[in-house]
Design a protein around this ligand. Structure first.
Ligand SMILES: Cc1cc2nc3c(=O)[nH]c(=O)nc-3n(C[C@H](O)[C@H](O)[C@H](O)COP(=O)(O)O)c2cc1C
Length: 292
């Protein structure tokens, strides 16, 4: 005797509703699973692209070990920010812009000394920059020793001679014509300080495990932006210079480890009394922003 027939006949609407419900739930679950794995793979892809882009050193060790400096126990604390009245915001933003608009790349320096604690404050300010996963992938060698400055100049000029003669090409040289730079870098010896900026391609734990430094180039560049603003604020001049092909030799000279790569060289001091700069104009607002 078939007892299920009247049961199904009596309750088929409920059974159908439950079946449709189960199918919908499963469909939603599989949709979210797929979309979260797609997101994860795009993050991984970004990371891979980034790691691949790092010209000489990767973030994964020979055994494929990766380590991120996340501190699961890091407490989250309340954050308060000073709230300025609107007119004060306008004044402050205007004043800051006016100060920063006075910043110029200076290539002629006085040898007048600068107090080291000013430089320390400037570097502390640079260190307030944001960084990928708070890895702070930057390090600064502050050089004031005259012999070391001479050695830096020697290395940089030797490479710059070749850069200007062979590596840069006519188009690049033509573009630099207006700035009138040459392979000669006397300011490296004249300025009281030369700050060599290193990006740390990866970090190292005490046990030798590597710490992934996400977006280390971008983070270090932002950090240098803060540094330039802090120098301007302190009344000090610099020129952002790129020691093309000198990086490995500078790293060795300054005794820095292999996970660091010299990215910029900043002579720091006061401009000489006869310093000149090209009479550049900066893009007006309408050429650098759009409101949408
Ligand atoms: C990434 C970067 C690399 C630079 N490299 C050099 C360099 O190697 N030598 C140099 O004299 N100036 C260098 N400069 C400075 C630029 O020439 C300068 O910023 C530009 O001419 C605009 O002038 P300003 O800084 O006075 O506004 C560099 C600037 C940047 C941002």
């Amino acid at each position: 005797m078939d007892v299920s027939a009247p049961f199904i006949a009596n309750y088929w609407q409920y059974i159908l509703t439950v079946c449709i419900g189960i199918i919908i739930v499963q469909f939603i679950q599989s949709f979210y699973k797929n979309s979260s794995s797609t997101n994860r793979s795009s993050v991984d892809d970004n990371r891979k692209i980034f790691v691949d882009n790092d010209d000489d050193e990767g973030c994964v060790d020979d055994n494929g070990n990766q380590s991120v400096p996340t501190d699961d126990d890091c407490e989250h604390i309340p954050y308060g920010m000073v709230r300025y009245p609107n007119d004060e915001m306008l004044t402050r933003s205007r004043h800051f812009y006016e100060e920063m608009n006075k910043r110029r790349s200076v290539r002629f320096f006085s040898d007048e000394p600068v107090a080291l604690n000013v430089i320390e404050n400037v570097l502390l300010t640079a260190g307030t920059a944001p960084s990928g996963a708070h890895t702070e992938p930057w390090f600064f060698a502050v050089v004031s020793n005259p012999e070391v400055k001479s050695s830096i100049r020697e290395i940089v000029e030797e490479e710059e001679r070749i850069n200007y003669a062979k590596r840069m090409g006519q188009k690049w040289l033509d573009d630099l014509e207006v700035i009138k730079t040459t392979w000669r870098k006397p300011y490296i010896e004249t300025a009281p300080y030369v700050i060599v900026v290193f990006k740390q391609v990866y970090g190292l734990k005490k046990d030798g495990t590597r710490i992934v430094h996400y977006y280390n180039e971008m983070s270090s560049s932002i950090c240098v932006g803060f540094l330039l603003a802090a120098l301007q604020n302190a009344g000090l001049a610099t020129v952002t210079s790129t020691p093309m092909n000198s990086g490995p030799r500078l790293r060795q000279l300054l005794g820095r480890p292999v996970n660091e790569k010299a990215i910029l060289l900043l002579p720091v001091g006061f401009p000489s009394s006869d310093a000149t700069v090209p009479n550049f104009h900066r893009k007006p607002l309408e050429e650098l922003m759009v409101t949408i």
